[in-house]
Design a protein around this ligand. Structure first.
Ligand SMILES: Cc1cc2nc3c(=O)[nH]c(=O)nc-3n(C[C@H](O)[C@H](O)[C@H](O)COP(=O)(O)OP(=O)(O)OC[C@H]3O[C@@H](n4cnc5c(N)ncnc54)[C@H](O)[C@@H]3O)c2cc1C
Length: 469
């Protein structure tokens, strides 16, 4: 426990030396004493600008005040009224650049630990008995949701609460999107995700897996032949980018998506896995976002002795959550900043043996506003490695969008939709999350799903009134 109220109450976590070799959760969560102590640090400001930093606008001071009173049941209902995925967001949201960044405590001390408190309340709720059966939908209209990531799940939950019949169609054999196949167990256990999804099912959401909309069934069929009144597209941005450097086709090179999916979804780390994966002694991960940190830390848990991050910019431009970065350092990950890979080297059998890199220096800001990395002449060197994993970004998969007409996309292949309302360029089709913004965050996707649900309800209600009795 901390001794000073100016300090954020630290999250208890498992020892780095132990946890770096298994997939059990790193953070252990607050107990009641820590939660109440931390809740007392909240200033309950009149101008609660922390709420403005939250895309789903959780009434943050209210739920924290309920914790301080010891009424966790009240805290849980306040939280859930705004955020249908609190156990997930409490674990993975980048609070330091959202709600906690705005916290007035930041002016002199550390922000209140809003994310840790959110997790505490959701975990308490998880320990309570389930709330009976699903309410019966009381509206006639059916809504189809394509994709079961946070955008689709939140949209589905909100619409089910408004009385609609909601079906989520998911391409994979399990629901959750990146929460399932991308973010590893040691940050977000599947049991937590399963519970959040079960809560949605109890609220009446139907989830159908193994259906690729655009292939198994056509998007237009949903509207024209299957009786859906509206569709929300939340299919994410799951198509990996590659560098286009020599050697990328060698054995032992992966995209981070494939690497993490094989571990998380296909459970490659279990001895009886259908598709086991062999990880070498030295794994280089190219990139510096959350995906890169998850990949390099997973590689250690898969048996690698050395996990390296190779990034062409500096630590300042790194985009990962600060907590993941600290955990990666504690677990022994090595960081090669200002290092640009230019070739993957291999042996005669076609397996990776090394990564040829050049040293970079930072120049003037580029179009992203970040300092542009510039190669230093004659600085090439080789890092001996057995695997190279590319984590340099993703784009939307074009399959769904190319299977229909009338949906506009932008120059990056993202679906054009209004960020506030979720309306696309086709009537009755709405969208949100990574498919619209490009790879972003869980809470932005959740916020987009929530906004679109409200618009769908408004539009259908207006259409119903226009049609008359
Ligand atoms: C490894 C990793 C770690 C991350 N860590 C964090 C983090 O710590 N914090 C954070 O805030 N964000 C993090 N993110 C980003 C965050 O997970 C995403 O921004 C978020 O999941 C996007 O949600 P979404 O609902 O738009 O799409 P997704 O989560 O991508 O879900 C889309 C779903 O649609 C399905 N689908 C696709 N096409 C079809 C189709 N044609 N028919 C049916 N289903 C389809 C997919 O199978 C998938 O299940 C991370 C991302 C990755 C990859």
């Amino acid at each position: 426990m901390p001794v000073k109220r100016s300090d954020k109450t630290p999250m208890p976590e498992r020892d780095a030396g132990l946890r770096a070799h298994d997939f059990l959760e790193v953070n252990e969560g607050f107990d009641m004493q820590r939660a109440m102590f931390e809740a007392e640090r909240c200033l309950r400001c009149q101008d609660a600008i922390c709420v403005e930093g939250c895309p789903v606008r959780i009434p943050i001071p209210d739920f924290i005040h309920a914790i301080a009173k010891g009424d966790i049941s009240e805290a849980a209902s306040i939280l859930r009224s705004a955020n249908p995925l609190p156990a997930i967001c409490g674990r993975v949201c980048p609070q330091e650049s959202q709600c906690e960044e705005r916290c007035h405590m930041n002016n002199r001390f550390n922000a209140a630990a809003i994310g840790h408190l959110e997790r505490f309340v959701a975990d308490w709720e998880r320990g309570q008995p389930a709330n009976g059966g699903a309410p019966k939908p009381w509206r006639d209209e059916k809504i189809a949701i394509v994709g079961s990531g946070p955008a689709g799940l939140v949209c589905a939950g909100q619409l089910a609460d408004m009385g609609y019949r909601v079906t989520v169609f998911e391409a994979l054999h399990a629901a959750g999107g990146v929460l399932r196949y991308g973010i590893p167990e040691f940050r977000l256990p599947n049991s937590v995700l399963d519970w959040e999804i079960d809560v949605l099912r109890q609220r009446g959401v139907e989830i159908v897996t193994n259906v690729i909309v655009g292939k198994t069934i056509a998007l237009d069929d949903l509207l024209e032949n299957m009786g859906y009144a509206a569709i929300f597209i939340g299919t994410g941005a799951g198509l990996p980018k590659f560098l286009g450097i020599p050697g990328e086709n060698l054995n032992g090179v992966f995209s981070a998506n494939e690497f993490l999916t094989r571990i998380n979804l296909m459970r490659a780390y279990e001895s009886a896995a259908d598709t086991p994966m062999k990880v070498g002694k030295r794994v280089a991960v190219i990139g510096s976002g959350n995906t890169a940190m998850d990949t390099v830390r997973s590689s250690l848990r898969m048996g690698a002795e050395q996990g390296l991050i190779v990034y062409r910019r500096s630590e300042t431009e790194m985009t990962a959550r600060i907590e993941e970065y600290h955990h990666a350092i504690e677990e022994g990950v090595e960081f090669h900043w200002l290092t640009n890979p230019i070739e993957v080297l291999g042996n005669d059998e076609g397996w990776v043996t090394g990564l040829k890199c050049q040293v970079m220096e930072l120049g003037e800001p580029d179009e992203s506003g970040r300092a542009r990395p510039v190669p230093v002449a004659g600085s090439e060197f080789v890092i001996p490695v057995d695997n190279v994993v590319l984590s340099i970004g993703t784009t939307p998969n074009p399959l769904l969008l190319s299977s229909t007409t009338g949906l506009e996309t932008d120059q990056w292949g993202c679906l054009v939709a209004d960020h506030e309302s979720g309306r696309t360029t086709r009537a009755r089709i709405y969208a949100g999350g990574d498919i619209v913004t490009g790879a972003a965050t869980v809470i932005l996707a959740a916020g987009a799903g929530k906004n679109a649900a409200e618009t769908i309800h408004r539009d259908l209600s207006a259409a119903g009134e226009a049609a008359g009795p």
